[in-house]
Design a protein around this ligand. Structure first.
Ligand code: ZN
Length: 187
């Protein structure tokens, strides 16, 4: 994801929610096919961790997001697919295996979005850090030393910037998925 890409809501709404208006990384595609601001992968979570290690670990992005949405009356079932801002990932060219690389983001980098509708954005500073040290295997280290703080700022655009713009409406599909009753049809 990068500048001018849009995030759309799922069915049955299907409308733009956010448009990315600035991305200081501008990573492009690297020699390995890696890209930044990942939509390919998921978030770290306690379930895969349990599967792989047998351990109950509460400090994952999934758990951070669950705690973040609870005050709005939402639950874990409302935690959907994520956008991994500042994370570089791809699929290896030979075996199509998912890979992650150390984040290229440095202090001052930012990822700016224009909210086309009212949105609730939940953020997690990944307890896995910036992926610059091994998280698994014999060389694994506690990533706390490479966890970076995130800042969030919310602005109201100047009115002249919004001239001619309208908040997108949900899809106006009015069919009934083929379930319409056979009123007035031949019997
Ligand atoms: Zn994470």
């Amino acid at each position: 994801m990068t500048t001018y890409d849009r995030l759309w809501s799922t069915l049955p709404y299907l409308r733009p929610m956010l448009t990315i208006t600035q991305d200081t990384i501008q990573y492009g595609v690297d020699a390995d096919g890696g890209r930044c601001h990942d939509l390919l992968g998921t978030r770290c979570d306690p379930y895969v961790t349990k599967l792989l290690s047998g351990q109950d670990v509460d400090f994952t992005c999934q758990s951070n997001l669950v705690r973040a949405v609870l005050p709005w009356g939402l639950t874990e079932f409302d935690v959907h697919d994520v956008l991994n801002v500042f994370q570089v990932t791809g699929l290896t060219k030979d075996t199509d295996r998912y890979f992650m690389k150390a984040s290229p983001a440095r202090q001052g980098d930012f990822f700016e979005v224009f909210a086309e509708i009212d949105v609730l954005c939940a953020l997690s500073t990944c307890p896995g850090g910036d992926l610059s040290i091994p998280l698994w295997g014999p060389a694994a280290r506690d990533p706390i030393e490479v966890c970076r703080p995130l800042g969030v700022e919310v602005y109201q655009p100047a009115p002249e910037l919004l001239e001619g713009w309208q908040s997108p409406k949900p899809s106006d599909y009015r069919g009934l998925h083929g379930l319409a009753p056979a009123v007035g049809k031949d019997r």
